[in-house]
Design a protein around this ligand. Structure first.
Ligand SMILES: Cc1ncc(C[n+]2csc(CCOP(=O)(O)OP(=O)(O)O)c2C)c(N)n1
Ligand SMILES: [Mg+2]
Length: 300
């Protein structure tokens, strides 16, 4: 990943944090329904999504991949409207190659495989990127999806975001195996475990998976080790089941801070990157008001 892409990634990651913050506040004043933050998982989501091209590839999200949905071209207004139960917002706009956010744990996975299989049958070079939590890996849908993906050689990358928790259930209770990615062998998939708080590592693993899928090599199961820094969603209180010490430890490897430190280390020349903040926006108040602070979404 070159520095310009790292900067773009950082902007998406920071946008994610701003969105989390605003959505939680709106929920607290009764203006938004239940919201599950991305907090702590920004590198895992953004790093993997940067590996696909929204103009041709498909995104099949779960419910904790907001920056991926936005980068894929799903309008912010639609995304927010889905949290207030506005059915019209759930309809994905034409040209945005994305399935709706899936709240039913693991049920997006068979859809993702079917979609990828269909693309392959049509001899398309598009690939599918899908996400699931480590909790979802204990669902039957996960097994069925991975098995079928192997059998049909689906052009697919499955990102299992192992964020340590499935609401109050720690990841140690999901499997007795050393890793979830180790299952790839049994399904005939490629498998990888990656530090999900390392933007560059996630991107490299996802790119490899996408290239493999595009080249006809089939699906990859990537286990991205990260940490859910916040609550499961706005109805949850992790203080009741999780030692705050764990949050402190995770804060030391905050994925956004890591990228900021890298970019501030002097490797990026002090010039405005091309293609970001269209029209010479430096991110000031006026630019933000005009909605030009963040990279433009790239719908197909
Ligand atoms: C089929 C199904 N079972 C149970 C639930 C309730 N539920 C919502 S989220 C969740 C935990 C999922 O954990 P994980 O897959 O690790 O994803 P994370 O929330 O950590 O991103 C559960 C049990 C649900 N939404 N759907
Ligand atoms: Mg989880």
């Amino acid at each position: 990943m070159d520095d310009q892409l790292a900067l773009e990634a950082l902007r998406w990651m920071m946008l994610s944090q701003v969105l989390d913050d605003r959505a939680i506040k709106l929920n607290r004043v009764g203006q938004l329904g239940v919201y599950g933050p991305v907090l702590g998982q920004e590198a895992s989501v953004v790093g993997s999504h940067l590996a696909i091209d929204p103009a041709m590839d498909w995104l099949v999200p779960a419910y904790r991949e907001q920056p991926a949905m936005l980068r894929h071209g799903y309008p912010l207004a639609n995304l927010l409207a889905t949290y207030i139960g506005r059915p019209s917002a759930v309809r994905i706009p034409d040209g945005v190659r994305m399935l709706p956010r899936q709240q039913s744990v693991g049920s997006q996975l068979p859809h993702a495989v079917g979609l990828a299989w269909g693309l392959r049958l049509r001899r398309s070079s598009a690939v599918v990127l899908t996400y699931a939590g480590e909790g979802a890996s204990s669902e039957g849908d996960f097994h069925e999806a991975c098995n079928l993906a192997g059998v049909v050689g689906a052009p697919l990358a499955i990102i299992v975001q192992n964020n340590g928790w499935a609401i109050s259930t720690p990841s140690a209770r999901q499997t007795a195996a050393e890793s979830i990615a180790a299952r790839a062998l049994g399904y005939g998939l490629a498998g990888a475990v990656v530090d999900g708080n390392d933007l560059f590592a996630v991107y490299a693993a996802a790119r490899k998976a996408v290239e493999r899928a595009r080249g006809g090599g089939g699906a990859t199961l990537i286990e991205s080790h990260t940490f859910r820094m916040g609550f499961h969603n706005t109805t949850d209180n992790p203080g009741r089941y999780r030692d705050p010490k764990l949050e402190k430890e995770a804060a030391a490897v905050d994925p956004i801070r890591r990228v900021q430190l890298y970019l501030a280390s002097g490797r990026v020349r002090r010039r405005r990157p091309s293609g970001l903040g269209e029209g010479g926006c430096g991110g000031g108040r006026r630019c933000r008001r005009r909605g030009r602070f963040f990279p433009p979404a790239r719908a197909g």
